[in-house]
Design a protein. Structure first.
Length: 258
């Protein structure tokens, strides 16, 4: 098909944010359909191309691979949102699971690295490495180390939280959620009082994927809680803060400092 009007590749690149080379590559692998061309052979694109590229950009931001995007564009070509949403929802759920597992692995690695870093600062032998230098042996016990935190904050501070001190879960769902928390909190090694709440440090064997799941779910129903998952030389912990009026709820659900 030969046409004399439309957007050239440089125009599409400027409006979409994709480079001209990327647009050519997407055409080559089938993410973009073959464009119309002028008599001189220049590519010409229409507004539907920009819509398609906006969809591709959205899928890339959600972590979709090019193969996954190719599958999604098959549904996109059908012209109905429902099938696109269904496929994208499945992919997003899978990527949530994968991302949470990566967070768990990175949290454990961060603890190990911080412990190793602290151990390497405590003793420098004059000669060869020894059992206390940290090069060839396990770090010293955590109670000898200065905590260095890395917080993965899930909620704003309590002073920034507005709204009633109430949970929006229905009674049946609330019981199930509390049972989930009790099962997880059975893995707490120690509890400490912190400003505005409680810090619960977990045993190394605690199911951290479950911790992330529960914290993520809790944000939606208890707006008065502030959660942060912290990682330092003491281990992985959950910090829960709330306004003064809600501190009894914090203690009833998450326990009291020893």
């Amino acid at each position: 098909m030969r046409v004399t009007a439309g957007m050239k590749i440089r125009d599409v690149a400027a409006r979409s944010g994709f480079s001209a080379a990327t647009l050519r590559y997407y055409e080559e692998i089938g993410l973009l359909p073959e464009p119309a061309r002028t008599d001189a052979g220049y590519r010409l694109y229409d507004e539907q191309t920009l819509d398609r590229l906006a969809f591709i950009a959205r899928a890339k931001r959600l972590g979709c691979t090019l193969d996954e995007i190719a599958d999604l564009t098959t549904a996109w070509d059908g012209g109905r949102c429902g099938p696109v949403q269904d496929r994208l929802r499945t992919l997003v759920h899978d990527k949530i699971d994968g991302a949470q597992q990566q967070i768990v692995e990175l949290m454990r690695l961060t603890v190990d690295l911080q412990r190793a870093s602290a151990a390497l600062e405590r003793h420098r032998p004059d000669g060869a490495c020894d059992e206390r230098c940290g090069c060839v042996s396990e770090p010293v016990t955590t109670d000898q180390l200065m905590p260095q935190g890395v917080a993965l904050t899930a909620k704003p501070a309590p002073s920034d939280v507005s709204g009633p001190i109430a949970c929006t879960l229905e009674a049946g769902s609330m019981k199930g959620r509390l049972d989930d928390w009790r099962a997880l909190l059975a893995h707490v090694d120690r509890r400490e009082a912190i400003d505005g709440g409680l810090r619960a440090t977990f045993e190394r064997s605690a199911p951290l994927d479950e911790l992330i799941r529960l914290v993520s779910a809790e944000q939606d129903c208890c707006q008065f809680f502030s959660f942060a998952i912290t990682v330092d030389t003491r281990g992985i912990a959950l910090e829960v803060r709330a306004p003064d009026d809600a501190l009894p709820i914090v203690h009833s659900v998450f326990g009291v400092a020893a």
